[in-house]
Design a protein around this ligand. Sequence first.
Ligand code: PLP
Length: 408
Amino acid sequence: MTSLSGAQANLRNLFPRIRASETAYLDSAATTHKPESVITAMQRAAVEGYAPVHRGLYAEAESASSAYEAVREQCGNLLRFKPQEIVFTRSATESINAVAQSFLTPQLNPGDWVWVSELEHHANYLPWQRACQASGAELRVLKINYETGAASAEQIEELADSRTRMLAITGQSNVVGVMPQLEPLIQVAHAVGAAVLVDAAQCLTHQASELARLDADFIVFSGHKVFGPTGIGVLAARYHHLEQMEPWLVGGGMVDWVGEGAAKSEWSDIPARFEAGSPNYIGVIGLGAALDFVQKLPEREVAEHLLRIGSYAHHTLSQLPNIRMLTPASAAATGVISFIHERIHPHDLGQVCADHAVAVRAGHHCAQPLMASLDIPACLRASCSIYTSRADINRLMQALEHAERLFL
Ligand code: PLP
């Protein structure tokens, strides 16, 4: 088992790009770098193991199909869903859109309520907004206490209204790192017969066991934020919900019998019916290798590293003049640290950081509703991962101090 304790330098060494680059990479909430094991697995899949999935009877095609299905099982085991309840998509975004369009929209009526939180990424806001617009339902927004992660008693009472059809909520904000307390919200939503989707895009790496314990109807995440490739996402969905859903894409590999003319076709079994088109074999194998990597990391040590590095970043940043922290100290352990400078625009700061080869993100982070609730147009985000070092944070500090000298 890879150990983080006393061996953080070794861990950095597992990431070829981090090892070789001069850049202080502080943008892991946007996308994570890949360890050697993932790159090797994808390369092998592209060369030795390459064959179509579910489309050939020859040996290579059979073994590619088995390897692909083994990753489905791995995802199911990770989140405590059955293998048939795992659907491969392109991304968390596609997974959420699929649920909004194929599960929720057909059962939504005028006057129904769909809940999201104010922390949501646009990927977990716009699909529900569109479902509401199409049906005359109302999109309601839960406020989350930054310190406790709880919703207010009044809002929980509203959530318990029989008009509530769906709750779609993040496991962790991609901007302020806050992690809503999901369990009580799920209980309340279920008590009124509503379904719950958890957006695990930001928290899968360090919260897999907690997510597995939740009684969520749907859990979604993306490969590229868990040390895997882009272009592969997961939708974990309870079987009885999948039975209700029409395929959102139709085409090859998802149909048993094609009806003549406009006659009805017969879809393949679940989950094949939701994976139209040639499967993303290399992406799925890369995802499997990434999840292997994550599962071999001792969860407690990952958590301790993120706590150490996140707290260091939070503490040192908050010592700088003119800085207003948006991530509360209680969420520093997520490693997602956002802030604004009271007198320098985030884009100017982002540019100075770029000039110092410090990779941070400036902007609204695809979370405009959150920016509106914070009453700011944009902010700067430094996001850490298991390969982030104190030296990376120190480089950020130097860039920010230089910006102060430049602009003030
Ligand atoms: N949800 C959250 C919380 C995110 O941070 C992101 C991406 O940043 C997404 C969803 C969308 O992920 P993807 O772009 O991989 O679909």
